[in-house]
Design a protein around this ligand. Structure first.
Ligand code: HEC
Length: 194
């Protein structure tokens, strides 16, 4: 009789445990499903962020000037540089060389190769030799040294153009000012309203 009683108790406890376990499993399943849903939502969010980021990168790439634009900028500053030197306006000459230098640094960082020519390293060598020669001549206010350094720079411009198969882009010393709305001669303090 006692044995039967214990078996019944055991049976009730067992049923209880089973019910608790079933509840637990169901709630865990629900929790997992919820988590999966949250995770999918986050992944979808993440994917859409990446897509919009890619679109931004593509549009930024389109807005970045190409090598041709940088070259046109360098060409303009080279022309101004010549007239600044001829007018012995050494402050302006220094400024123009600096502008060329800055643009060349941007070009060097583009890491482009054309016709097996590593544009960055050739530009870097111009930055390491012809540009300092120009700066030195300007610092010494020597027109002779300035003209020599200028001619050497023009030679390096064209030798790179030749190397990349662009011999048709042939830079020369300018024969007339690139703009007419800028004074090349140094401005004396009492002429500032000219
Ligand atoms: C390392 C090589 C390299 C050097 C050095 C170089 N260029 Fe260029 N240049 C190029 C390449 C490549 C192009 C063609 C760009 C393109 O494909 O749009 C070019 C194009 C040009 C153009 C034509 C731009 C246009 O769209 O009409 C001018 C002008 C020019 N360069 C001026 C200069 C001047 C001035 C110098 C020297 C101070 C110089 N370049 C030095 C590689 C060089």
């Amino acid at each position: 009789m006692k044995q039967k009683y214990f078996i019944s108790i055991g049976f009730v406890v067992l049923i209880g445990v089973i019910i608790v376990l079933v509840f637990r499993v169901t709630s865990l399943q629900k929790e997992t499903a919820d988590n999966n849903q949250k995770l999918s939502a986050r992944i979808a969010n993440f994917e859409s962020s990446i897509n919009s980021l890619n679109k931004t990168i593509d549009s930024l790439k389109e807005q970045v000037p190409g090598l041709g634009e940088y070259m046109t900028t360098i060409q303009l500053h080279m022309a101004k540089l010549w007239f600044a030197g001829q007018a012995k306006n050494w402050d302006l000459a220094k400024f123009e060389v600096h502008e060329i230098e800055e643009t060349m640094e941007v070009v060097a960082n583009l890491n482009i190769t054309r016709k097996d020519v590593n544009i960055s390293s050739v530009i870097q060598s111009v930055l390491n030799s012809q540009i300092p020669d120009l700066e030195k001549a300007i610092q010494e206010k020597s027109l002779v040294k300035f003209e020599t350094a200028y001619e050497q720079t023009v030679i390096t411009c064209n030798s790179c153009h030749n190397a990349v198969g662009h011999q048709f882009i042939h830079v020369i010393k300018p024969t007339s000012p690139p703009v007419t709305n800028q004074k090349w001669e140094p401005v004396l303090p009492d002429q500032e309203t000219d």
